[in-house]
Design a protein around this ligand. Structure first.
Ligand code: Q46
Ligand code: ZN
Ligand code: ZN
Length: 318
């Protein structure tokens, strides 16, 4: 098979586009797709400071590498969830990546701050680990971005992730989530850093291929708590459809963004944001979700804020 661009031997075939690329033109294609996403949704500019949420997996490391290669001003944030070996290994991979490219990586270790990891906090709260984890990660990302003056938080969600989330939201008619599902969030809401997903046009297969071609080492294991995740089942179903009809995921998700989403326009209602009575972060209640969870688990929420404030003067690690 020949590269569609230069007619040299191709190294990758992208079925949904019926296109083959050599290494050089595949990388160029990836950069083009990411630039297209950034421009279409006005995610950020070259002068903006971007905080990339890095997990050590292929998508977040590919994203960080792409943004860096395209000349965007990006630092990384690794949240150590204290999930035994998985967290240790993924942190090492993220740190190695940052060092190899001379990039700044902020590390926030929940276990170092509180002496317990996500699993124990969830257990104390009698909540599923992933819902506890979601609240804590969102809080840390937002607080870090605000305190360290990052304009945007970028996450590595790809086309497979977004189409699986969409399928789940439709199957359960989660109208509020459908209204909010977008490659950009909190465009102009005070108190929250803008959140963007520059990889939404790229499939999981393509981010893996990108990492291999750019020799990016990443952690292959999934978080051990994701084993039963519903989203993995949805991904499996979409993969079956994609196999028979290449382009299904793209048509499904892009179609939703272009046409379907118009049916789920959020009402223009004023959301009144308060300052959390404990940590002063924005919340719609009196006490934010993070402080509620930590207090319930007998942990001091303000320790997190103090830790992040100390990151300000350090070189990524306290
Ligand atoms: S939410 Fe759940 Fe993930 Fe947190 S506990 Fe692991 S699987 S990491 S994206
Ligand atoms: Zn080529
Ligand atoms: Zn709070």
């Amino acid at each position: 098979m020949r590269c569609t661009k230069c007619h040299n031997e191709a190294t990758i075939y992208i079925r949904r586009h019926n296109t083959a690329f050599c290494k050089e033109h595949f990388i160029e294609y990836i950069y083009g797709q990411v630039e297209k996403a950034i421009k279409k949704y006005k995610m950020f500019e070259k002068t903006d400071k971007i905080l990339v949420a890095v997990s050590g997996g292929k998508d977040s490391l590919a994203l960080w590498d792409i943004l860096n290669s395209l000349g965007y001003n990006s630092d990384g944030l690794y949240i150590d969830l204290g999930i035994s070996e998985y967290s240790e290994k993924s942190k090492e991979v993220a740190q190695k990546f940052a060092e190899s490219r001379n990039l700044k990586l902020h590390v926030v270790s929940i276990k170092d701050i509180y002496g317990v990891g996500i699993k124990e906090i969830a257990h104390k709260n009698r909540k599923p680990p992933c819902s506890t984890c979601g609240v804590i990660k969102r809080y840390i990302m937002n607080l870090t971005a605000k305190e360290l003056q990052y304009k945007v938080i970028a996450t590595g969600h790809n086309l497979d992730d977004e189409s699986a989330i969409l399928l789940g939201n439709i199957l359960h008619w989660q109208i509020d989530y459908l209204k909010a599902q977008s490659p950009i969030l909190f465009e102009d809401e005070a108190g929250f850093a803008r959140k963007v997903k520059p990889l939404y046009r790229i499939s999981e297969y393509e981010t893996s291929a990108y990492c291999i071609m750019k020799k990016i080492e990443y952690i292959l294991d999934e978080c051990p708590m994701s084993i039963d995740a519903q989203s993995l089942r949805y991904k499996g179903m979409l993969n079956t459809l994609e196999k028979d009809s290449p382009g299904t995921k793209e048509q499904f998700y892009f179609g939703f963004l272009e046409k379907g989403k118009n049916y789920f326009i959020p009402e223009k209602r004023e959301i009144k944001l308060n300052s959390c009575k404990i940590c002063e972060q924005p919340t719609t209640s009196e006490i934010c979700g993070f402080c509620r969870q930590m207090t319930k688990a007998n942990l001091e929420p303000l320790n997190m804020k103090e830790f992040i404030l100390r990151l300000k003067d350090s070189n990524g690690q306290v």
